[in-house]
Design a protein around this ligand. Structure first.
Ligand SMILES: NC(=O)c1ccc[n+]([C@@H]2O[C@H](COP(=O)([O-])OP(=O)(O)OC[C@H]3O[C@@H](n4cnc5c(N)ncnc54)[C@H](O)[C@@H]3O)[C@@H](O)[C@H]2O)c1
Length: 313
């Protein structure tokens, strides 16, 4: 299958933090874009696209089966982003989290297959690696430490099992995103630290030596597009971590980098067993197979302006 055959794209959660960046890129590249989103966080991220009629918006909940049937009609490829995102929010609304992240995902896969959707790209997470002592890759064991991750892992398994010669699923496990989006999120690690440094002059770190990989929201969106454009044999039934191997940081490393910019920042270390996730991730598979390289590395876009920048650029 070639890229030319995949012209009509359904983006679920297309008004979200990643979705609003991705849908703009898809429109610029000339794809026909349909979005289904219940607009929990509003539609500011895509209002320009709506007013120019550049996308079709279905403002509905993905838990509704009839909505899904309508949404996948004449669609070549689904990029499934809609979810209750992150451990804290899933914990707050666990029933809705399971219904949206897992049950609706399974329904969407089945309905997509029935309607002849050719490719299905699923937004999963590197959180699935849980608490790992060595660098992990796509073959490493997964360890769901939260409901959020459990819903993602159960969905991944269902999606991969749905693979056949005419339905090509691909799982993307995103690193923790950073960067600007019209639907901004300040609950993501780097942005939360930056906000706290500027507003509170204090960063509180739970688990200072815990590792997290970062990826810019532009690069995450470009990775989704790389999967649309890639030949079947390298994406169908595959899992790819999305990020860059150089972009693994401990929370303490991130806080200290921010302190260079906002010198008045105090760092407070809090011993806690609240979130035991630590994962240092290899992103070699996506680099080698898809020739995909993240460009907006944190250390380049951010550290380049650092007072100590000579050490990195
Ligand atoms: N941002 C990250 O760091 C990150 C990391 C790993 C994986 N992911 C995954 O990427 C995807 C997008 O994340 P994001 O950061 O853009 O999150 P987001 O919360 O900004 O976007 C999610 C979108 O889904 C929509 N949505 C939620 N429930 C819905 C429902 N029932 N019906 C229709 N629409 C619904 C929301 O309105 C929102 O626009 C998610 O699947 C998330 O798990 C994100």
């Amino acid at each position: 299958m070639t890229m030319n055959e995949l012209k009509s794209i359904l983006v679920t959660g297309g008004a979200g933090y990643i979705g609003s960046i991705l849908t703009h890129k898809l429109v610029e590249l000339g794809y026909n874009v349909r979005i289904i989103d219940s607009l929990i966080y509003g539609k500011d991220g895509i209002s320009d696209l709506i007013s120019k009629n550049s996308v079709e918006l279905i403002e509905k909940d993905i838990r509704d089966e009839k909505t899904l049937n309508d949404a996948v009609k004449e669609i070549d490829c689904v990029i499934h982003l809609a979810a209750i995102v992150g451990d804290p929010l899933c914990k707050k609304i666990p029933i809705a989290a399971k219904q949206i992240n897992e049950d609706a995902t399974k329904k969407l896969v089945t309905i997509s297959k029935e309607h002849g959707v050719k490719r299905f790209i699923f937004a999963s997470t590197c959180s699935n690696y849980g608490s790992a002592s060595n660098t992990v890759d796509e073959n490493s064991p997964i360890q769901s430490l939260s409901l959020y991750s459990a819903t993602k892992v159960n969905s991944e398994n269902f999606i991969l099992n749905a693979k056949n010669s005419s339905f090509e699923p691909c799982i993307l496990r995103f690193a923790t995103a950073h960067g600007l989006s019209p639907r901004m999120r300040f609950d993501l690690l780097l942005q939360e630290f930056l906000r706290d440094a500027i507003l509170d002059k204090k960063i509180r770190i739970y688990g200072p030596n815990f590792w997290r990989p970062l990826a810019h929201v532009d690069d995450i969106s470009n990775a989704c597009i790389a999967v649309i454009k890639s030949p079947s044999d390298i994406i169908s039934g595959e899992i790819y971590n999305v990020g860059h191997t150089r972009e693994n940081y401990t929370k303490k490393m991130l806080a200290e980098i921010i302190q260079e910019f906002v010198p008045s920042t105090k760092i407070e270390i809090i011993e806690s067993k609240k979130d035991l996730r630590t994962y240092k991730v290899s992103f070699d598979k996506i680099k080698n197979n898809l020739k995909f390289i993240s460009k907006k590395l944190f250390e380049i876009v951010f550290l380049a302006f650092s007072p100590k920048s000579k050490r990195v650029v």
